[in-house]
Design a binder for this molecule. Structure first.
Ligand SMILES: Cc1cc2nc3c(=O)[nH]c(=O)nc-3n(C[C@H](O)[C@H](O)[C@H](O)COP(=O)(O)OP(=O)(O)OC[C@H]3O[C@@H](n4cnc5c(N)ncnc54)[C@H](O)[C@@H]3O)c2cc1C
Length: 361
């Protein structure tokens, strides 16, 4: 019997597998396809990412560094309102490479990471969890003391454990052009209902154009308008779901969710790589597979850490739906140098931000 079966080897699953294996637990991690694919993510992250990676990661994964964002109420030719830091605010990285790198770290720590294993069922018993998967040689069944559902926004583990759904699932699309652009600003267009569209320069890896919006919105139509506005040809179109608003509970007696499965994302950007891995660390610190009551400590720890920033993130997102004239006045008044950490909107109330605002001329 394994201590943990981890379902899904994205950033959250790989990080938890690594940390649990380092603590001496017997970990089996199952990934339905090939790790890192298919791509459905911008890989735009704060520089905190490098605290979660191993040797040589920056050389392998780094694509571009970003100092700020130009906000636009309209399309590419509308006025730009820049928000920026004096130091690097974020990095654009190779997301497929990141997942592979994190999975390798989990393997090196001793986790048994298996690709091409799709988990089809999870059954919780008082003393164990049974996990059924379809592998290359047919159906296989595993027993574990606990199961970690790290299987993304449409989590099968969440359904099997009868845990509640996130509040919302946005639909995100992205595509790439072959422009070589090492500029250090991203562009954000408040043109998609309740969310936004973006342009991210990725250095020699080209430029990414993307957009996310709630179900019911004609995402493709809005995306075509963005591309037409930039007058650019794009290829490698892909899409994915972005969960917003964590459910009230992400743990059962012998099961728990981490990452997108638990909607551990930033409501105002949809970013979840750092929140998922931060929560994986809380899970690894708190959970003892022989003591199911420790799941409660995980539930408390990740919420204590992220709840305030997620609540503030919801408020920030509301600004995307304000009438355009109000957005223009607000962006005009607030733009300039900032000291806010992109993962922590609570840093709006910080000395760093206050100093940055006071230093504006
Ligand atoms: C368009 C778009 C752009 C984004 N851009 C950013 C960004 O710039 N920065 C950022 O921080 N975040 C971004 N995100 C969000 C980010 O991609 C997620 O928050 C992050 O991937 C969550 O990590 P995870 O490990 O929880 O889930 P995932 O990365 O989704 O990993 C889940 C894994 O589980 C596997 N799996 C699923 N079901 C099963 C099963 N039944 N059996 C076995 N394996 C299974 C999947 O194949 C996958 O590998 C973006 C998302 C979208 C859609």
């Amino acid at each position: 019997m394994y201590d943990f079966v981890v379902v899904g080897v994205g950033p959250a699953g790989a990080r938890f597998s690594r940390r649990a294996a380092e603590s001496g637990y017997d970990v089996l991690a199952l990934e339905k396809g090939t790790i890192g694919t298919p791509l459905a993510c911008s890989g735009h992250v704060s520089t905190d990412i490098w605290a979660f990676t191993g040797d040589g990661a920056r050389e392998e994964l780094f694509q571009n560094e970003i100092y700020g964002a130009r906000f636009h109420v309209g399309g590419p030719h509308s006025d730009a309102y820049p928000f920026y830091k004096r130091e690097v605010a974020s990095n654009v990285i190779d997301r497929v490479g990141l997942d592979r790198h994190l999975a390798d770290l989990a393997r090196e720590a001793g986790a048994d990471v298996r690709e091409e294993h799709t988990v089809t069922n999870v059954t919780e018993h008082p003393d164990r969890v049974d996990v059924v998967a379809n592998g290359p040689d047919g159906t296989v069944e595993f027993e574990a003391k606990m199961v970690a559902g790290c299987d993304g926004p449409r989590s099968r583990v969440r359904d099997a454990l009868e845990l509640p759904e996130p509040d919302e699932l946005l639909h995100g699309v992205l595509a790439f052009s072959d422009e070589d652009d090492g500029e250090d600003f991203v562009d954000v267009h408040l043109t998609a209902p309740t969310f936004f569209a973006w342009r991210i320069p990725r250095g020699e890896a080209g430029v990414e154009y993307g957009l996310a919006a709630p179900p019911g919105v004609e995402v493709t139509k809005h995306f075509e308008e963005l591309i037409d506005g930039y007058e650019i040809d794009v290829t490698h179109r892909c899409s994915g779901a972005i969960p917003i608003g964590p459910p009230d509970r992400v743990t059962t007696r012998r099961g728990f969710l981490i990452g997108d499965a638990a909607a551990q994302t930033k409501p105002f950007t949809g970013g979840g790589i750092l929140y998922g891995m931060t929560s994986a660390d809380h899970a690894a610190d708190a959970i003892d597979p022989d003591r199911p009551t420790t799941l409660e400590a995980y539930e408390r720890a990740w919420r204590d850490d992220l709840e305030r920033d997620q609540a503030l993130g919801h408020w920030l997102r509301r600004a995307y739906s304000l009438p355009e004239p109000v957005q223009r006045v607000g962006l005009g008044a607030l733009s300039g140098e900032i000291g806010v950490h992109m993962d922590r909107p609570s840093s709006l109330v910080s000395m760093a931000h206050l100093k940055a605002v006071l230093s504006r001329r």
